[in-house]
Design a protein. Structure first.
Ligand SMILES: Cc1cc2nc3c(=O)[nH]c(=O)nc-3n(C[C@H](O)[C@H](O)[C@H](O)COP(=O)(O)O)c2cc1C
Length: 201
């Protein structure tokens, strides 16, 4: 069974980007995958702040990340970059901890102007963690979600983009599992390893 970990990096409750990530998780579950979502509320703040890898919650989190076939990282845009909370959640992951995993980034910003956060902020950190390949991410602007009494409701257009991203991730994982869709022939992804090789000449 496909096993996917979602890391939601907003300190907000409720959170727009966590709502988007929840939708992707739900779609993946519909397609038969197992998902686990981690956000800042899953941890003792001191353990997270000091990257205490002996803390039971962080150990369990790292074990789930290690077992995952894919990682979805979700962050609000803060000061034109990803949030500090997302960084706290990524820092305990060991070097190359995302090796052999596919990554899907999701970002939510107040304006569409920071769309490239997906490329200039999230792609490098996912590459540094060794992600095998990084799918084209989804950028959500705040106005694409409406506030409800209990949280946020996602609009139709963004719902369709999130559905497409979840399907793309699932298709890619099934392809890898069956070795029927090798990573190098897949058109919808940016292959981090290939990019690094090209950059290195
Ligand atoms: C401290 C802070 C910094 C922000 N910086 C940006 C920014 O640089 N660019 C942007 O488009 N939105 C910025 N925003 C708006 C959030 O990215 C946006 O409201 C996002 O949808 C919040 O997601 P959340 O509800 O999951 O936390 C900022 C918000 C805060 C609180």
């Amino acid at each position: 069974m496909l096993n996917i970990v979602l890391i939601a990096g907003s300190p907000g409750i409720p959170s727009r980007v966590a709502t988007a990530a929840d939708h992707v998780a739900w779609r993946l579950q519909e397609q038969g995958a197992t998902t686990a979502t981690f956000d800042v509320n899953a941890f003792d703040p001191a353990a997270l702040l000091y990257a205490d890898t002996e803390s039971p919650a962080i150990r369990q989190y790292l074990a789930r990340v290690a077992e995952a076939d894919a990682i979805v990282i979700a962050t609000p845009v803060y000061q034109s970059s990803f949030s500090g909370v997302l960084k706290l959640l990524l820092d305990p992951i060991p070097q190359n901890g995302l090796r052999n995993k596919i990554a899907l980034p999701i970002a939510s910003g107040g304006s569409p102007n920071h769309l490239l956060v997906l490329d200039y902020a999230l792609t490098p950190v996912l590459s540094a963690l060794g992600a095998d390949s990084i799918l084209n991410g989804v950028y959500v602007t705040s106005s694409e979600l409406s506030r409800t009494e209990t949280g946020y409701r996602i609009g139709e257009a963004i719902r369709a983009r999130l559905d497409d991203a979840a399907t793309e991730l699932h298709t890619r994982l099934v392809g890898v599992a069956n070795a029927a869709t090798p990573a190098s022939t897949y058109r919808g992804a940016r292959d981090a390893a290939t990019l690094i090789r090209r950059a290195a000449g």
